[in-house]
Design a protein around this ligand. Structure first.
Ligand code: FAD
Length: 317
């Protein structure tokens, strides 16, 4: 049985590790941060492949990931639910290719749209409640016999070998390990409110008067976002940003004006012009890279994990 070391314990590392186990590989994870302290834990995280259309395999990855997430909905311990999303869109941005995957897409009524929008959609999508989901992924990996070691890796070669495989899932920090200067952080800040049971659907805009704004009601909290600050490495919450997020969300739902904030969190999305998912034959042994998922890592994770496993099987088959 080939030994695999996955570096990184976010959604990319855990999904890849689980798929590799299911294909018969013996897998361990080595990671600096573990759930609940990764970027993947901070995320919204809604299945929404908006930028997947620009990636060569993006829509296939998103579709394979959606299939797995829909399978997990039946098990409440996974933290995956299907929720109705209201998405106002800027004029001229209607009708994207990925929407063909949806079962119940319908135009939003005029009276459902926030001020300043003339069009939009309602449809159902998987919403991942990350505090529950990331813990579930860890349990699923460990139940398959996987071990997790907390350590900073400063050289991928130290885990490589001719008959061993390294899988690099280090997110925004991948550039530091590989020298890949196309990787950059995209800072995201969110507010966590207590559960808001009166909010029964999710809301998200990517442009127009509200810019990038979302409201995701979950069982244990309600998330308000968002920000998307390319190149910013700061993980410190910023008060002015929190006030701006609250203001935009309140204009969508006035009941949020005075709601208590229980936490403010920041995550660094792994920005890159495209996902790097490929096998590299280094002088010390094979390395599969799986990083650079930008703002859609939860949307692509299982599709990318499937491809990591296909590459590993081809290399060692
Ligand atoms: C606020 C916010 C909202 C988001 N909303 C969504 C959404 O709605 N839908 C969606 O699909 N995506 C969303 N995303 C994006 C998504 O969270 C990311 O694309 C995804 O989490 C990336 O996962 P990853 O496993 O590649 O990286 P990470 O989760 O960052 O994991 C990287 C791992 O590598 C480890 N690591 C790094 N360097 C080293 C090293 N040298 N040695 C050892 N370990 C190392 C880290 O400690 C960590 O464990 C959002 C992100 C943010 C911040």
């Amino acid at each position: 049985m080939t030994d695999v070391t996955v570096i990184g314990c976010g959604v990319s590392g855990l999904s890849s590790a689980i798929r590799l186990q299911e294909a018969g590989f013996s897998v361990r994870i080595v990671s600096r941060e573990l759930p609940p302290h990764t970027t993947s834990d901070v995320a919204g995280a809604i299945w929404h492949p908006i930028s997947a259309e620009n990636l060569p395999n993006g829509l296939r990855w998103a579709s394979e990931c959606r299939e797995e997430l829909l399978r997990l909905v039946d098990d409440p311990t996974t933290g995956v639910q299907v929720i109705e999303l209201l998405e106002p869109v800027e004029e001229g941005k209607e009708g994207m290719a990925w929407q063909a995957m949806l079962d119940d897409l319908r135009p939003a009524q005029e009276d459902e749209l926030p001020l300043g929008y003339t069009g939009g959609f309602r449809y159902s999508v998987p919403l991942i409640e990350t505090p529950i989901y990331m813990a579930y992924l860890v349990r699923r990996f460990q139940a398959n016999g996987g071990e997790i070691q907390q350590a900073l890796v400063d050289d991928l070669d130290s885990f490589a070998g001719a008959e061993r495989l390294v899988v690099n899932c280090t997110g925004a920090w991948a550039g530091k390990l590989t020298g890949d200067n196309r990787v950059f952080p995209i800072r995201g800040q969110i507010l966590r409110l207590p559960p808001q049971p009166h909010i029964t659907h999710a809301f998200m805009s990517h442009g127009g008067p509200l810019g990038f704004t979302y409201i995701f009601p979950r069982s244990q909290d309600c998330l308000l976002g968002g920000t998307s600050e390319a190149g910013n490495w700061s993980v410190r919450p910023d008060d002015a940003t929190s006030a701006a997020i609250r203001g935009r969300c309140t204009s969508v739902d006035p009941s949020l004006a005075n709601a208590e904030v229980i936490d403010v969190r920041v995550g660094l999305r792994p920005g890159r012009d495209e996902v790097r998912l490929e096998l590299e034959e280094t002088a010390n042994g094979p390395v599969i890279h799986n990083y650079g998922h930008s703002g859609i890592g939860h949307t692509l994770a299982w599709g990318c994990a499937n491809d990591v496993t296909r590459l590993a099987q081809k290399r060692f088959g």
